[in-house]
Design a protein around this ligand. Structure first.
Ligand SMILES: Nc1ncnc2c1ncn2[C@@H]1O[C@H](COP(=O)(O)OP(=O)(O)OP(=O)(O)O)[C@@H](O)[C@H]1O
Ligand SMILES: [Mg+2]
Length: 271
């Protein structure tokens, strides 16, 4: 990337709403997946999957191993192309026509299970880096952050609960803190839709509780889709729960409803 390009990128991001196509959620739906099928060597990982996510909602996706949960996220983010179906972001953005970076830029952030923070940089610098895209160029161009950018970083530090750790090297954070920092790095891009795959795996009970509060707090302003096996955690945050099984939706409803659904008990929740 040239310095001019980096400069343009930094400037375009500093305004907050910099995304290329504007997201149209006039029908209150942020994501449409319709009849999505994905095959791996003849095996249908997704089988005519339909999923609709409302603007501002917090959706939990559960289901047995191999149900297609991660594959679904791969389709939304452009990592995997479906054999069939359609995927729209709001009314106008056809996700199947965009590349992975274009989808990220359009406003879909994804958090992978393994946090990818920069261990030898501080928490603050990690957020700064996530905002700027290219640290070294950033440092050359702007030795000092503008007040609004500092305010944005401070806001995210507050959201993720790492205000008192801003000068700590990310490598020295606990597993849970690293996960929150990575969520913070995604928030620096101000996504409309945040996808989180198994956020509490490996966390202590306190960290899990904090993560629940964090994710609940993020919804409303944006949509959040959480895949998780930890049922106690899901119960603590769930509004609408979607149960995937063999690549399609088996059940959808409140935690109470899906929990008492005999089909769900049979394939997943029953012991
Ligand atoms: N790249 C791939 N090549 C071949 N098979 C794949 C590939 N990715 C996923 N699969 C298969 O597709 C199915 C769905 O996998 P996926 O990872 O989406 O499930 P999941 O619901 O996320 O499961 P888990 O709860 O274990 O994370 C599995 O049988 C998996 O082995
Ligand atoms: Mg998975």
């Amino acid at each position: 990337m040239s310095v001019t390009e980096a400069f343009a990128r930094v400037l375009s991001r500093s305004g907050g709403s910099s995304r290329a196509p504007t997201l149209d959620t006039s029908h209150n739906i942020v994501l449409y997946l319709e009849d999505i099928s994905v095959s791996f060597d003849g095996f249908k990982a997704l089988n005519s999957l339909n999923l609709y996510i409302e603007a501002g909602e917090l959706r939990c996706i559960i289901g047995p191993n191999g149900a297609g949960k991660t594959t679904m996220m791969d389709v939304i983010t452009g990592k995997t192309r479906p054999d069939e179906g359609s995927a729209w972001f709001g009314q106008t953005i056809d996700l199947l026509r965009l590349t992975e970076p274009e989808i990220a830029k359009a406003g879909i952030g994804r958090k992978f299970q393994k946090p990818t923070v920069f261990g030898s940089h501080t928490v603050f610098e990690n957020l700064e880096l996530a905002m700027a895209g290219d640290k070294s160029v950033w440092k050359i161009l702007f030795a000092r952050l503008r007040a609004e950018q500092i305010a944005r970083i401070e806001e995210v530090l507050e959201t993720i609960g790492l205000k008192d750790h801003r000068q700590v090297l990310a490598g020295g954070l606990s597993h849970g803190q690293k996960q929150w920092l990575e969520i913070g790095m995604l928030l620096m891009q101000d996504p409309e839709l945040l996808l989180v795959d198994e956020p509490v795996a490996g966390m202590t009970p306190q960290e899990t509780e904090h993560t629940a509060e964090l994710l609940v707090g993020l919804a409303g302003k944006r949509s959040v889709v959480v895949v998780e096996h930890d049922m106690e955690f899901v119960r603590s945050i769930a509004r609408t729960v979607t149960v995937l099984h063999q690549g399609s939706v088996l059940a959808e409803g409140s935690m109470q409803e899906v929990q008492n659904d005999p089909k769900v008990v049979e394939v997943y929740l029953g012991d």
